[in-house]
Design a protein around this ligand. Structure first.
Ligand code: TXA
Ligand code: MG
Length: 315
């Protein structure tokens, strides 16, 4: 149900959950000050308790009291990418953030969205926690219809139209070897490397070490995610069976397809990333139970994020 900005602010201040637009995906927002609304987010999404929430801020002032210290190169990153789709994992100031938000970790994920409506709501309400607006495991909600599909037509949504990026924020973690990507997202590794001057892709050894930690570095990455009901199989290029549904790209031919769903134009990678979740949800609307995905593309830039999402949706 569409609501006005003033109504969204009123509901959030009253301790309720509201879906708000951001430049990445819609967020299921609650005030950082509302323990009951934060609980409600976990219930609504059916989200595992050990999966922490990102805190969204509209100014540096809103962040200072939440964070204990700022790792090396923090300023360079925020100067380059905030407001924008970059979440930074930072050491949390003792007692500043409820355990429910951090899932008991000594860190908090923070970002400043590049979206005027979101920023205005945050200015008026204060910092907001907001996971993506979808049932846990489903593709993130990127427009009003997705949210209504998952949470019902009565659910309050501050409608900002379809999200520009259509992909979640990139999450960076300050490892001993420098900032490392723990979730690929709307900002590519290459863009961040241009600013930092070193590789932000964690080594295989780092990833293995993180898996052995008692508290995982990015808990959300352990769960099945971004998945439609349909069974996705990657690697159509090797498929030789009977006619099937294919997720493919503009200008390519798919000889043994009974239906092709175009993900976008590989010449314009953003045309693929921005609509990916909508196309995955379309499979369910069409009642398609299985589809092959054309994976013949170079996974660099935003296409690395696209490939990672497809792999997780298919797993
Ligand atoms: O673009 C986005 O980031 C969107 C919009 C709404 O801002 N939000 C979003 O939130 O994608 P969510 O909850 O769907 O994904 C957040 C991810 C989860 O995988 C979670 O485990 C990780 O961030 N995360 C949150 N806090 C963390 C922390 N302190 N340490 C490590 N990972 C954290
Ligand atoms: Mg999510």
């Amino acid at each position: 149900m569409r609501i006005e900005l003033s109504e969204a602010v009123r509901l959030l201040k009253a301790g309720l959950v509201v879906a708000i637009p951001t430049e990445t995906v819609y967020g299921l927002a609650a005030s950082l000050q509302s323990p009951q609304a934060i609980d409600q987010i976990y219930r609504l999404k059916n989200r595992p308790d050990d999966n922490p929430l990102i805190v969204h801020i509209a100014s540096y002032d809103q962040m200072r009291s939440l964070v204990k210290s700022f790792p090396l190169d923090f300023e360079r990153l925020v100067h380059a990418f905030w407001p924008g789709p970059l979440t930074l994992i930072l050491p949390v100031r003792d007692g500043a953030i409820p355990d429910r938000v951090t899932a008991g970790q000594p860190t908090v994920g923070i970002r400043m969205p590049a979206h005027d409506t979101a920023l205005e709501v945050i200015r008026q309400v204060g910092p907001l926690v907001a996971p993506s607006a979808n049932l846990s495991g489903k593709p993130s909600g990127t427009c009003l219809e997705h949210i209504e599909d998952d949470f019902g037509i009565q659910f309050p949504v501050l409608d900002g139209g379809p999200c520009e990026e259509g992909m979640e924020s990139t999450i960076l973690y300050p490892a001993v070897t420098g900032w490392k990507i723990v979730r690929h997202g709307a900002i590519s590794a290459e863009q961040i490397e241009t600013v930092l001057g070193y590789s932000v892709l964690p080594s295989a050894e780092e990833v293995a070490n993180w898996k052995n930690l008692q508290a995982p570095i990015c808990p959300g990455q352990r769960y099945r995610h971004y998945a439609p009901r349909a069974n996705l199989v990657l690697g159509y290029e090797n498929y030789r069976g009977a006619p099937t549904v294919v997720l493919g790209f503009l200008g390519r031919s798919y000889p043994n397809a009974k239906k092709v769903i175009i993900l976008g134009d590989l010449e314009y990678p953003e045309s693929i990333s921005s609509g990916l979740y909508d196309q995955l949800r379309l499979l369910d609307h069409l009642g398609i139970d299985s589809a092959w995905v054309d994976c013949q593309f170079t996974s660099e830039g935003i296409l690395r994020t696209v490939l990672e999402r497809l792999q997780r949706a298919a797993s």
